[in-house]
Design a protein around this ligand. Structure first.
Ligand code: ADP
Length: 190
């Protein structure tokens, strides 16, 4: 059973690699961005609340995100483990995640960070924006905000796992399959 945090800035390739990882290891993909977009699409109250933050590239408030993740973990039965993608994005979320996993007698196996330079991130997000239909992918200012939010609020989460000896960084630039191989060798070492 693995519980993995896939970490990295917007555009690092977390979603792409998560898809491949869930197939190989039979894990449950828990992407908070995808969950919010689902709510948005269905026009739920939660979706409406999240929309104004997401469209500007800001973080949705911690308590809202944490509640949504708690529900998803509780309703997921017979899982071989989780890939957390886009969560935790603040230290408060990381602390909350440890607590909720402990309730189910689970813990994080490790965090794997995808390292990608800023200029490549911007190119990838703009390219994705042509087809993703996401307001936050299509505007330079919003992309800048997201990268800044990542630097200021999300990067400290790496230290949180580093202190627990659970942090590994890999190069997120190159062939998708090559990056995938590097991720799987980290997971296989757990
Ligand atoms: P990306 O990593 O490409 O920016 P995501 O799909 O992970 O995209 O997230 C899109 C948006 O959803 C974020 O900019 C933010 O507004 C919101 N969001 C997703 N996950 C979280 C989270 N864990 N905490 C706060 N906000 C979140």
């Amino acid at each position: 059973m693995y519980n993995i945090v896939l970490f990295g800035p917007p555009g690092a390739g977390k979603g792409t690699q998560s898809e491949k990882l869930i197939q190989k290891y039979g894990l449950t993909h828990l992407s908070t961005g995808d969950l919010f977009r689902k709510h948005l699409g269905e026009g739920t109250e939660l979706g409406l609340l999240a929309k104004k933050y997401m469209n500007e590239g800001h973080l949705v408030p911690d308590e809202v995100v944490i509640k949504m993740v708690e529900e998803k973990i509780s309703e997921t039965k017979d899982s071989q483990g989780f890939i957390f993608d886009g969560f935790p994005r603040t230290t408060a979320q990381a602390e909350a995640l440890d607590k909720m996993l402990a309730k189910h007698e689970l813990e994080i196996s490790g965090m794997i960070a995808l390292d990608v330079p800023q200029d490549i991130l911007r190119e990838r997000i703009k390219e994705r924006g042509k087809t993703s239909n996401r307001a936050d992918d299509q505007d330079d200012e919003k992309i800048t905000t997201r990268i800044q939010v990542y630097m200021n609020e999300t990067l400290p989460v790496a230290s949180y796992y580093e202190k627990q000896g659970k942090f590994q960084k890999i190069n997120g630039v190159g062939e998708i399959s090559e990056i995938f191989n590097q991720i799987t060798s980290v997971i296989d070492s757990y």
